[in-house]
Design a protein around this ligand. Structure first.
Ligand code: SF4
Length: 189
């Protein structure tokens, strides 16, 4: 499947406008902590690859954050390999694909992990706060919470998409990169 490339300088802006909550949350935590544990690096890293971030930009992106925490040398030694690996440049040279919602929803984040699906893995209080920051209005927010209580996490995400974009998402959300692509399509039209 063809997708546009994105450049590093656009990433903050597209994160705000078009990332689903699972990725927006990882992105924020990375900027806050200058670090993400393995599960988060995989979930966000493969998503960004799917969005069109090229390997060199991906390395620069992760290096900029991680080197503030662990130093540039440790970044190269311990982390750069796995980023190249995700792009199929190391090891078995498999080209890894971004995770689907199903895979993310069924993951089991532990203490200190920020990956997973917020609709599934956040407390209701934290989810409400996150949705409010995304400017989801009161009525839509209650509808989202209602879906979550019924364990319809992807429907909750779809309602969030619709509230944020003021536009329907007929296919429903089944992949974070689909959320991103649909968002970009709406914002560009
Ligand atoms: Fe991410 Fe999918 Fe959960 Fe939405 S439903 S937050 S895209 S994992």
């Amino acid at each position: 499947r063809e997708h546009a490339e994105i450049s590093l300088k656009d990433i903050d802006q597209i994160a705000k406008s078009s990332f689903p909550l699972c990725m927006g949350h990882l992105f924020e935590k990375l900027q806050e902590d200058h670090h993400l544990k393995h599960g988060g690096r995989m979930q966000l890293g493969l998503f960004l690859k799917g969005v069109g971030l090229k390997l060199d930009d991906a390395l620069a992106f992760w290096r900029a954050e991680f080197s503030r925490k662990v130093g540039a040398e440790r970044f190269e030694k311990e982390y750069a390999y796995s980023i190249r690996h995700n792009y199929g440049k190391e090891g078995k040279r498999t080209d890894y694909t971004p995770y689907s919602c199903q895979k993310i929803i069924s993951s089991t984040p532990g203490v200190g992990d920020h990956h997973g699906c917020p609709y599934r893995h956040f407390s209701e209080e934290n989810l409400r706060a996150a949705l409010t920051r995304m400017r989801v209005g009161n009525r839509a927010l209650e509808d989202v919470i209602d879906k979550v209580r019924n364990r319809h996490y992807q429907l909750a995400c779809t309602l969030t998409f619709e509230a944020v974009h003021g536009s329907s998402c007929d296919a429903g959300v089944n992949h974070p990169n689909q959320y991103y692509n649909d968002s970009q399509r709406i914002l560009e039209s």
